[in-house]
Design a protein around this ligand. Structure first.
Ligand SMILES: Nc1ncnc2c1ncn2[C@@H]1O[C@H](COP(=O)(O)OP(=O)(O)O)[C@@H](O)[C@H]1O
Ligand SMILES: [Mg+2]
Length: 231
């Protein structure tokens, strides 16, 4: 059975800056199904981050209807949004956003603490092993390379067993080789574990490796095609 995890109907996001209004997302319709691996692509300023933040319940729509795992989040207040996000969604960012004074392992365990979930050191270690960092668990972020830091961030995003993983330009700060390694981890998580992944990138070579590509231009979706690699 096809399982729709996210359904967006004519969603819009308008930022108000003093007297000026910026329409960052315009009339977006999108369904995200269980097991998808979507790359949101498009030029800088086309609304990729805004759309990802909205779909991932980090930000709210200005209008339109957004259902996330059967919750109509367009009408929810901030505290309910946080609950849904913590219970179901993992996030990875371009800047990694690790806590500099905590080890890799402690960084991975942190979302359990924030989510008031039982601490599970074994799970955190297993995730670090899964991303190839079994021998780096006690390193501080400054003792890791960029690619390694992003792997810690991926393990951290997965420790709460999210139903969807979102990643905003996850390879944007990485060299070509580390970027491909990060993408390989996403592909494996999607193919082996069936994890639903939605990411943004303006790297064509990487984006084309997703199963579906959603192109944005000026806040509009201009196409939602299956990647030719999977045709
Ligand atoms: N917090 C904000 N306040 C005002 N305008 C914003 C804000 N965030 C993004 N924008 C504007 O919204 C548009 C889309 O931005 P963004 O979603 O970051 O695009 P992308 O990720 O594709 O580069 C841009 O015109 C940007 O300047
Ligand atoms: Mg962006």
């Amino acid at each position: 059975m096809v399982n729709v995890l996210i359904k967006a109907d004519k969603i819009n996001k308008t930022y108000k800056l003093f007297a000026e209004e910026v329409k960052a997302v315009k009339d977006v319709d999108l369904e995200i199904l269980q097991g998808e691996f979507i790359a949101i692509m498009g030029p800088s300023g086309s609304g990729k981050t805004t759309l990802l933040d909205i779909l991932g319940c980090l930000d709210r729509v200005s209008s339109g209807k957004l259902q996330v795992l059967d919750n109509d989040v367009s009408v929810l207040k901030e505290s309910s949004l946080v609950k849904i996000r913590r219970a179901n969604i993992g996030f990875v960012f371009q800047e990694f956003l690790l806590i500099p004074t905590l080890t890799a392992l402690e960084n991975v365990e942190l979302p359990l603490l924030f989510g008031k979930l039982p601490q599970d050191r074994n799970k955190a270690i297993k995730l670090l092993q899964m991303v190839g960092l079994g021998n780096r668990v006690n390193h501080l972020p400054k003792e890791l390379s960029g690619g390694e830091r992003q792997r810690v961030a991926i393990a951290r995003a997965l420790v709460t067993s999210p139903k969807i993983l979102f990643a905003d330009e996850p390879t944007g700060n990485l060299d070509t080789k580390s970027g491909q390694q990060i993408f390989d981890i996403f592909k494996e998580l999607n193919q082996k574990d069936g994890l639903t992944i939605v990411l943004t990138t303006h790297n064509n070579k990487l984006g084309l490796q997703a199963k579906r590509i959603v192109y944005l231009k000026d806040g509009h979706i201009v196409s939602k095609e299956e990647s030719s690699l999977y045709a």
